[in-house]
Design a protein around this ligand. Structure first.
Ligand code: ATP
Ligand code: MG
Length: 451
């Protein structure tokens, strides 16, 4: 076992003794403790770091536990049979325990931004550059190992750079994180401009932590965001999708969405939505707000939320606007609808990637709206048995709650679901047969044409 007090760099930490902080081992996931102990039994220094320490200090349940160590990825892999080295930009090790993954990173040193910083970077400029930094000062590879104090300094925010050790159960603070935690502030480590240019996603992370923890963003940390927001254009749509999902599922999506709009960062994640909110109907805007609030509530009850539903809601105002603008007499309403849905999803892909299963899901939720509305004797059961019925129905209720007048449709489907077989049949029989009559008429007409 290494005595951690002999670790290079440790002398730069303020040490907070066990009786001065609230973290107890019983709040730490047993598997994370297992990793900490096993590493230190084998002569490595290992610490809990990041969100795990931050959230425990705030009395919150951490989402996951990250560990930092002086062991190399190879050392770690040799110690744990369930370990896998992953990552291109950062080589990190995932240690899997069933569904739980403990992320272990080797102490890294900070890269200094070396180059002059242009106002605008395109993705093309960054591709093909093989130095550790792009011309914009953005870190491309970040694998130079370092001492613990350097590891702290290359982290994003002071409250994310607190280290917990099982040796004496102390918290080590290299960057003034404890003070910021007490002041409820998100403060970037080092020069804000430089740190955002190295990795523009840090701007989104500032918003996410501010929303999630209800912390203010320190003035010098917030100041450059408006000007540097456009650096997000240089981030891959796949990473922006991941960050968008993290923002929308941090438990405070409503607040995060608001902050994204205010800071200008939202324009790089969902510009079409923000644009449609300016010009579209009040109901569509209200639906977005309610969907986000609903997401927050569901997460607080440990219920699942799906990106398909989130995107269906975020893009609803865009779809509505597109449909309102479509005045094509040649096409059937259904065709117009499908075309508009495709266009809206395609347009969003310019900002964030969306894995195909979620674009399909969002389309199905939208499609379900039409099917729920055109309820008739023939289609009720097939709509009800559709795998997306529940999501479509939830979405329908949100639309009504947002002020759309759908003639009590939500109530009808609620009663239908709750009814037994007889009641269901009665409800169906009481329905108009308009749908089928219309179809019959259509069939007659086309039969007439053929003959
Ligand atoms: P949560 O897991 O609750 O979302 P977290 O702070 O643990 O929050 P992670 O994304 O899990 O965030 O990252 C773990 C830690 O790694 C962070 O706390 C931070 O110290 C560091 N980190 C993550 N992303 C960056 C980044 N882009 N720049 C610098 N440091 C980062
Ligand atoms: Mg984490």
């Amino acid at each position: 076992m290494t005595e951690i007090d002999t670790l290079p760099g440790i002398e730069n930490a303020v040490s907070i003794a066990r009786d001065q902080h609230p973290i107890s081992r019983k709040h730490i996931a047993p598997n994370a403790l297992k990793v900490l102990y096993r590493l230190s039994e084998h002569g490595f220094a290992a610490f809990l770091v990041g969100g795990g320490v931050r959230d425990l200090l705030l009395g919150k349940q951490p989402k996951d536990f990250d560990i930092a160590t002086d062991a190399t990825p190879e050392d770690i892999r040799d110690l744990f049979k369930n370990a896998r080295i992953i990552g291109r930009r950062f080589r990190i090790v995932h240690i899997r325990f069933g569904r739980e993954i403990i992320e272990v990173t080797t102490f890294r040193a900070h890269h200094e931004a070396r180059n002059a910083i242009p106002e605008h970077v395109s993705r093309r400029q960054i591709k093909g550059l093989d130095s550790a930094h792009s011309e914009a000062g953005m870190i491309l590879r970040d694998n130079v190992y370092g001492d613990i104090d350097e590891d702290a300094a290359r982290r994003d925010f002071t409250v994310n750079a607190l280290y917990y050790t099982t040796q004496g159960f102390r918290v080590l603070d290299f960057c003034g994180g404890m003070e910021d935690l007490q002041a409820r502030q998100i403060r970037i480590i080092g020069d804000a401009q430089e740190r955002y240019r190295e990795d523009p996603v840090r701007m989104l992370r500032a918003i996410r932590f501010s929303a999630k923890l209800d912390f203010d963003i320190a003035a010098d940390t917030a100041a450059p965001i408006a000007e540097l927001a456009e650096l997000l254009e240089s981030i891959s749509p796949a990473r922006l999708f991941d960050e968008t999902i993290k923002l929308m599922t941090c438990g405070y999506a409503e607040r995060a969405f608001h902050l994204l709009g205010e800071s200008g960062l939202g324009n790089y994640l969902f510009a079409p939505t923000l644009e449609a909110l300016k010009h579209g109907s009040a109901e569509a805007g209200k639906l977005v707000e309610l969907a986000l609030r609903n997401t927050d509530t569901r997460l607080s009850q440990d219920k699942s939320v799906t990106p398909a539903f989130l995107f269906a809601a975020l893009l609803w105002p865009v779809l509505q606007l597109r449909l309102a603008q479509a005045n094509d007499d040649q096409q059937a309403p259904q065709q117009i609808f499908h075309q508009a849905a495709s266009d809206v999803l395609l347009e969003q892909l310019n900002f964030t990637a969306i894995p195909k299963r979620f674009t399909i899901g969002a389309r199905e939720i939208w499609d379900m709206q039409r099917r729920l509305e055109r309820r008739n004797r023939r289609n009720v059961f097939s709509v009800f048995n559709h795998p997306r019925f529940r999501a479509g129905y939830d979405f329908l209720l949100l639309r009504e709650e947002a002020g759309e007048d759908l003639n009590g449709l939500g109530d009808w489907w609620t009663q239908f679901q709750n009814g037994d077989t007889n009641q269901k049949n009665d409800m169906v029989n009481a329905l108009a047969t308009t749908g089928s009559r219309r179809r019959r008429r259509k069939r007659k007409k086309s039969a007439g044409k053929q003959s």
